[in-house]
Design a protein around this ligand. Sequence first.
Ligand code: DGL
Length: 263
Amino acid sequence: MNTHHHPIGFFDSGVGGTSIWKEVVELLPHENTLYLADSKNAPYGKKSKEEIIQFSIKNTEFLLNQNAKIIVVACNTATTNAIEILREKYDVAFIGIEPAIKPAGLVTQTKKIGILATQGTLNSTLFETTSGKIDPEVTIIEQVGEGLVDLIENGQIDSPEMNALLETYLQPMMHQNVDALVLGCTHYPYLIPQIRLILGESIKIIDSGLAVARQTKHILQQQGLLQTQTIAKTSHQFYINKEASVLHRLLNNSQVSIEEKAF
Ligand code: DGL
């Protein structure tokens, strides 16, 4: 059966994974996509590992029922807590996203890097393993981005509350002389303008979006599932189990279809 036209499935705890979706669609413009925003259960970052696994299974089954040919886990918290289980349980390929600690470790001159991520990601075994692999001379300054996902989900992206939280989280890192900041949550790329204002120009901001898009392309190619032909109109279907206004705002694109749906 020809399944090239089947969609690439994405899920996240909410709207943040659209930052990954945008990178993938830019790199693979002929692909159909399907995106699940589990905003009702956001933030995942404060949930137990068991709960995150259950949400990830539910999201995966939804996407598979809609014929997803590959699944992008567009959430660091779900990847670091659940991707191993998903890979054991299902035949489809999963692309995960992890904080870009390794690239940050390679570019730092001060040997100090900062990471902003959810508690669920920073506490995970996978994150511990990844951070254990970088140059031991490099110090990683970890900061939980408590409250950031909630504000983004509520549409308060450029709000005084957001700026105050970011100041609180980033100033201590700057005092410790970090020269690279890893964004370890797919919601955070939407905060880059405010983060840039606080950090100034000399500190690098590193996220994993492009790397995930390239990996998705690579795996689709390897599995012979890449949609190489131009199709008349690609389909981009979004489902969200909460009110959709923030999703509309972030996508700001008439080429997508957004449906509020209980799941
Ligand atoms: N976008 C998710 C991530 O990358 C947010 C997690 C959350 O809901 O706390 O980690």
